[in-house]
Design a protein around this ligand. Structure first.
Ligand code: UDP
Length: 234
């Protein structure tokens, strides 16, 4: 298999003889604060592959297109090839993280309406917050595509919020990435895991996501395992 792209948490491989598919390999590397904080957390990749596969399947069941085809192994999933939009789309239900920092809000406030934010995916610029006009200026996507992406992000939020809520978890916020499949349609790509979602225990309020690593709140994998246990009905 040839490496197409290596990111902080995943490696994308091309399969010989496969024109339209990639393999995504989930690593154990945990990073935060623009990768200034970095650590190997043995077993994280396995959990994130499993949790992402579950999330993608749920979206597919609800008719939302994703790049997910199937789980291949503990750390690998097979996906459709997609041309990535250089966007990170964040959806928020409750105030946390950079929203609080930027706007001076207290953490944990329920937002009147889910908030969708666009960030330009560009390491050198530290992924700045941008508006629709900026993304058009940068040629990231057409106006029609951006509106479609935002619409899909809101639908993903509805589905995942309900799914996690029914399993005793609060979906505070999350980040999505999008790509264009070879047939021209827009799909949710990348991963959906506690690395990319804030998830709180609905009863205790315990943080079960990457904030544990960001702010040394406790064992990272213990949180991720709790998420898996809950969504598997444990
Ligand atoms: N997020 C992500 N990758 C990023 C930035 C954010 O997965 O590069 C996720 C993050 O885990 C959280 C949501 O997007 O669930 C909102 O993150 P925020 O903007 O609050 O930034 P943070 O404070 O997490 O850096």
């Amino acid at each position: 298999m040839a490496v197409v792209y290596e990111g902080k948490a995943k490696i994308i491989y091309e399969l010989e003889g496969e024109q339209d598919k990639y393999v995504v390999y989930f690593k154990d590397t945990a990073t935060a604060f623009d990768a200034t904080k970095k650590s190997e957390v043995e077993g994280k990749g396995v959990l994130n592959n499993t949790l992402s596969a579950i999330a993608f399947q749920i979206l597919e069941e609800k008719g939302i297109k994703t790049h997910f085809i199937k789980k291949l192994s503990d750390r690998e999933m097979l996906v459709w090839k997609a041309k990535r939009y250089d966007l990170e789309v964040v959806v928020r239900n409750i105030s946390a993280g950079s929203l609080c920092k930027r706007l001076g809000l207290k953490e944990g406030q329920k937002l009147n309406k889910p908030l969708v934010e666009l960030f330009y995916k560009k390491d050198e610029l530290h992924d700045p917050l941008i508006c629709i006009e900026h993304s058009l200026l940068l040629g990231i996507a057409s106006r029609k595509e951006i509106h479609e992406i935002i619409k899909i992000a809101r639908r993903v939020n509805k589905v995942l919020k309900e799914f996690f809520r029914s399993n005793g978890l609060i979906l505070v916020d999350f980040k999505l990435e999008f790509g264009k499949l070879t047939d021209g349609s827009i799909a949710v790509i990348d991963e959906i895991s506690p690395d990319t979602c804030r998830l709180w225990d609905a009863e205790t309020g315990e943080k079960l996501d990457k904030d544990r690593f960001r702010f040394d709140l406790g064992d990272l994998l213990e949180g991720y395992r709790k998420v898996l246990q809950k969504i598997q009905g444990g």
